[in-house]
Design a protein around this ligand. Sequence first.
Ligand code: ZN
Length: 189
Amino acid sequence: MRVIFKTKNNDLESFLAVQRYQRIWQVNQKTILDSFKLHSGLDFNHRPLTIYVDRIDGSGHSGDIGMPMVLSFRDDQAMYDDSRLAAFLLHELAHRLLISNGIRSVRKDYGYQRNFLAHKRIDLFLYDVWVDVVGRSVASQELIREFDTTKAIFDAWQWALSKSYEERQAELAKLRKHRDAKKLRDHIK
Ligand SMILES: [Zn+2]
């Protein structure tokens, strides 16, 4: 999969952040793709993915088909370290993996329910991918950090963590089987 990192900013810190993300991707690409495949059963499609690097609140957002992903590299205090950047990249790639496989919300609003549903789905495999790519210790730190972001994200993690690996795999099997969004609505709520 071709991934292109860019920034619209014109400052050294942003250019360096682009280089850091590029390096994270180059070094870990095979591990990342293998891990997503192992834990979700899904492949990314082969369209190039453009990711903009910017100073934004939170980790970033996934974008959508034809809309670029955006990833953050710092808050107002400091630059994030590489393991945090990798964790952000994996979170947003998890959303894109589902979107590119036609597994997406049919809801039109952007409120709690939509966020809760979107994060329940990625939380079926995101922790396992984090462990493979950044290690258990960083994965656990990132999990605790996500608990503190929004109620939808916290609730989604509680839901996913209440299930065993096998139960999460069974939910994923349902998602893979019913990729059509209309059918999907009935299978995971
Ligand atoms: Zn998310």
